[in-house]
Design a protein around this ligand. Structure first.
Ligand SMILES: [Ca+2]
Ligand SMILES: [Ca+2]
Length: 102
């Protein structure tokens, strides 16, 4: 069932991209992966802190990936959740989970 859903999403995304351009491109996002290297590490904590402090301006994909507690904002709480994930502690939100995003 999962493979069917993935195939359907891929074919639908390809059709949407062909019809409407790259704005409908999609990808897997690893939650907490602020630097988009497909892993979660201390550099993601640093980037999340920078986003929280408005030192860097992330794209939509990065904003989504950094909101690991799902409250709709990226703040120091998300950076703490990512730190907990790295330390293998409870309370890491959805850090490390992977989602399809548009
Ligand atoms: Ca990363
Ligand atoms: Ca958040």
């Amino acid at each position: 069932m999962f493979d069917y859903a993935v195939d359907w999403c891929r074919s639908r995304a390809a059709w949407l991209s062909a019809q409407y351009g790259d704005s409908y491109a999609f990808a897997f996002v690893t939650m907490g992966d602020a630097d988009c290297d497909d892993g979660v590490s201390v550099s993601d904590v640093t980037d999340t802190q920078k986003i929280s402090a408005e030192v860097i301006s992330p794209d939509k994909r990065t904003l989504f990936a950094c909101d690991v507690n799902g409250d709709g904002a990226v703040d120091i709480t998300d950076a703490t959740c990512i730190q907990k994930y790295i330390a293998e502690l409870d309370g890491a939100g959805v850090t490390g989970k992977r989602f399809w995003v548009w």
